[in-house]
Write a protein that binds this ligand. Structure first.
Ligand SMILES: Nc1ncnc2c1ncn2[C@@H]1O[C@H](COP(=O)(O)OP(=O)(O)OP(=O)(O)O)[C@@H](O)[C@H]1O
Ligand SMILES: [Mg+2]
Length: 378
């Protein structure tokens, strides 16, 4: 923990921030905004994004491809009317390349490394193994935290179907690399309830036959080759995964849980929140993003009244009324979801829904203005 600077986001007091949440809720947007605010306030900040929208990547000065860290040019701040006291750095995390780097780091020889790279299982690892994308993202955070001198590193995370995928990722990856190939292969079938767990208790021969029937002998051979080519690397992987896990639970790291005020995503956020707390991970903030504006506060009702007394055509007044009542209903729904979070003991930070996507520094800045800290120094 460190004192906040004026203009920083009040929940971002730890050096490592991890933005998590369901798909499309605003994780990447928020990750960029946290780093932007810290940089303007005077920090040397890095945002590590995953699949940012093209226009956001452009605003951060990131090229089409590229996994390298780049400093956002000062001119881009100037264009948004901002003057950074610190530095903003950005990168796009290429999950595949990060896996390659990890393999290269652990492989005892170039031949072994290349054999892994060429294996079909390895090439499909990121989609085939639940949690592998989440794992490689936090693995990258670990690496950056150890090898760079940023005051703040904000990690964006890939869209995660289940919170537990994210939290279990280091364990799963280690389990997998621990040569538990059969379980890995069978996991989808197990999840679908097609195969009973009892299978594992019986003879290995039968297990193997069962897997062969499911996958074909050729596929099995490739898997076996993959597991073989990883041999000798497990210990290194395991040790590293242990360190990654430890870092996430350390006082250096904090989670920012992003959600939208919709029943489904709030349900997921509550689950995620529970899972994070149970795992002893620090949730710095829950952000409710894209909250509809309060139409009454925005003067909507006066507008309708004025329209009527100004003698606007009845049809138009009716349309205004309908639009206002829709807006009120949306706001009401959002308020209910915010109340639901509060009932669960969570005080969410609300970010307003904008009419347009939030893709440039100016928009990131103004979106988060209502949350900005006064600063501990002030
Ligand atoms: N408050 C907001 N008002 C309007 N648009 C927003 C707001 N917040 C985010 N957006 C837009 O919504 C889209 C999705 O946001 P973003 O990419 O940050 O979500 P994400 O959680 O990272 O998605 P994914 O899970 O796919 O990675 C973007 O186009 C972004 O500009
Ligand atoms: Mg994203």
């Amino acid at each position: 923990m460190r004192p906040l600077l004026p203009g920083e986001l009040p929940f971002a007091s730890r050096r490592l921030q991890v933005c998590v949440g369901a798909g499309g809720v605003g994780k990447t947007t928020l990750a960029a905004a946290i780093a932007l605010r810290a940089a303007v306030a005077g920090r040397k900040a890095l945002v590590c994004t995953i699949d940012p929208a093209r226009r956001l990547a452009d605003s951060l000065g990131l090229p089409e491809l590229g996994h390298d860290r780049r400093r956002v040019p000062v001119e881009r701040f100037a264009a948004a009317g901002l003057e950074p006291r610190g530095e903003l750095w950005a990168m796009m995390l290429d999950l595949k390349r990060s896996w390659d780097e990890l393999i290269a780091r652990h492989a005892p020889s170039v031949e072994q490394r290349d054999r892994i790279y060429a294996n079909r299982f390895y090439r499909q690892l990121s989609s085939a193994l639940a949690g592998s994308q989440e794992y490689i993202a936090v693995e990258k955070l670990y690496e950056l935290s150890q090898t760079t001198d940023y005051d703040l590193i904000v990690l964006d995370t890939p869209p995660t179907a289940h919170a537990l995928d994210f939290l279990d990722a280091p364990n799963r990856v280690v389990d997998f690399l621990d040569n538990d190939a059969a379980r890995w292969l069978l996991t989808p079938a197990l999840a679908a309830g097609k195969i009973g767990l009892g299978l594992f208790g019986r003879g290995g021969g039968r297990l193997f036959r069962g897997i062969s029937e499911l996958t074909g002998a050729e596929t099995l051979r490739e898997l076996a080759d993959f597991m073989l080519s990883l041999s000798g690397m497990y210990e290194g992987f395991k040790e590293r995964a242990g360190k990654v896990k430890k870092l996430l639970a350390s006082p250096e790291a904090g989670f920012v849980l992003v959600t939208t005020p919709k029943p489904l995503t709030v349900g997921e956020a509550l689950q995620f929140h529970g899972a994070l707390e149970k795992s002893g991970l620090a949730v710095g903030a829950v952000i409710a993003n894209r909250v509809h504006a309060d139409i009454r506060a925005a003067g909507g009702d006066e507008l309708a009244r004025a329209g009527r007394s100004d003698g606007l055509p009845e049809d138009l007044v009716r349309r205004i009324d309908r639009a206002l009542s829709d807006a009120r209903a949306l706001r009401h729904g959002d308020e209910e979801q915010l109340a639901r979070l509060r009932r669960a003991g969570i005080e969410p930070f609300a970010l307003m829904r904008r009419d347009r996507d939030v893709h440039d520094l100016g928009a990131l800045w103004s979106l988060t203005e209502p949350l900005a800290a006064k600063g501990d120094a002030a």
